[in-house]
Design a protein around this ligand. Structure first.
Ligand code: MG
Length: 375
């Protein structure tokens, strides 16, 4: 199953394996199996009702965290195949990267983090690993999904030294300052490419961004000119899509070319050479990266911090902190499995169970739980 892989790709025959050894599958590779476990997980299904930028009930056509994850995976797989990397592993990491995300997107995550300040904090990326390592309760022999080391390594994008020490094997690279494999590096960049582009689309659809504003962004402007010149009469909806598909194509093409250049330079002979390279080998060129970051800053300023979004942000912040306070005051009002676990825990451990419960909620579950509390 690992034929046609480059020597620097993740290769299951050299994997650091699963925490609980399992017999091999007769007809699936180990990373395919990881991807399948992720797709069958409860946390994955919940992504359909979790906010990306727009709260689920704001409209049917906006990205949710599920469609975001699928777009990340599409981009990641394209790059992986072009570079002869391990496609199923890349796909697994992309599909799992946001499994730990709270309801209400970043507003939810920041609020839960503030609530958890005295109990070790909350970080959605770390929570994604916690979902696949601990929280999914499906298998008779272990908790979590028992994924391959390389999949877990890819899910954990960043980590404090304190948490890295507690995490053992998968935390080591943050203490030794090593890189993850290329599949993880690609998944990380695919995430950024996906949201930069779909947030432009969603922002325009919502009327919070305008074409005039976006034409100040070089990445957008050059594609706008290209499409407009070729199709001067094009209606906005098609125009926007033609621009966005070209933007994705340009960034992805640049990422593949620049990464190839770096791979030629360093010539890693194995995934461990990639880990020890001292810097990420997957990268956009400097020029493209500048344009990408400029668009990202633009979205931050004009979309994520748009007055209309901030109003929603304040509402959901209040909701998440009310929920946290209520469950901390009386853990018995949580569903049985969480209440039972909380009864056996104290202090930070009990707070972590409350955080797990809240983080697992979909937007609409959180809204109705809050209504039930406040009447
Ligand atoms: Mg993401």
């Amino acid at each position: 199953m690992d034929t046609a892989l480059a020597p620097y790709a993740a290769n299951e025959s050299q994997s650091r394996g699963r925490r609980h050894p399992e017999p091999r599958s007769a007809y699936r590779g180990e990373y395919q199996r990881d991807r399948d476990r992720i797709i069958h997980s409860t946390a994955f299904r919940r992504l359909v009702y979790k906010t990306q930028v727009f709260v689920n009930h704001e409209g049917d056509l906006y990205r949710t965290r599920l469609t975001h994850s699928l777009e990340v995976s599409q981009i990641g797989r394209t790059v992986a195949v072009a570079l002869q990397l391990n496609e199923p592993l890349t796909e697994a990491i992309c599909l799992a990267h946001d499994l730990g995300h709270t309801p209400f997107g970043h507003a939810g995550q920041d609020t839960l983090n503030a609530c958890m300040q005295d109990y070790g904090g909350f970080e959605h990326n770390l929570q994604s690993l916690r979902v696949v390592d601990v929280l999914e309760a499906k298998y008779a022999d272990f908790s979590g999904l028992n994924l391959m080391f390389e999949t877990r390594e890819g899910i954990l994008k960043h980590c404090s030294a304190h948490n890295a020490r507690e995490l053992g094997d998968v935390g080591e690279r943050f203490l030794n300052r090593k890189q993850p494999g290329l599949e993880a590096q690609i998944a990380n960049i695919a995430d950024a490419i996906a949201y930069n582009n779909h947030d432009v689309d969603d922002g325009l659809r919502a009327g919070l961004l305008t074409l005039e504003q976006l034409r100040e962004q070089p990445l957008f402007a050059s594609r706008f000119d290209e499409v407009h010149e070729r199709y001067p009469e094009l209606e906005d909806r098609r125009l926007i899509y033609e621009i966005i598909r070209r933007m994705i194509g340009a960034v992805v093409g640049d990422l593949i070319e620049e990464t190839r250049r770096r791979l030629d330079d360093v010539a890693p002979g194995s995934i461990d050479d990639v880990r020890e390279a001292g810097k990420p080998l997957a990268s956009m060129s400097d020029t493209m990266y500048e344009q990408h970051v400029s668009l990202k800053r633009f979205l931050y300023k004009h979309l994520y911090r748009h007055e209309q979004k901030l109003e929603m942000t304040r509402k959901v912040q209040a909701m998440v902190s009310d929920l946290f306070k209520a469950y901390m005051d009386d853990f018995q009002i949580m569903p049985d499995e969480f209440a039972a676990a909380a009864a056996l825990a104290e202090g930070a451990d009990r707070a972590r169970i409350v955080a797990d419960f809240i983080a697992g909620m979909t937007d609409r579950y959180a809204i109705s739980a809050h209504e039930a509390l406040t009447g």
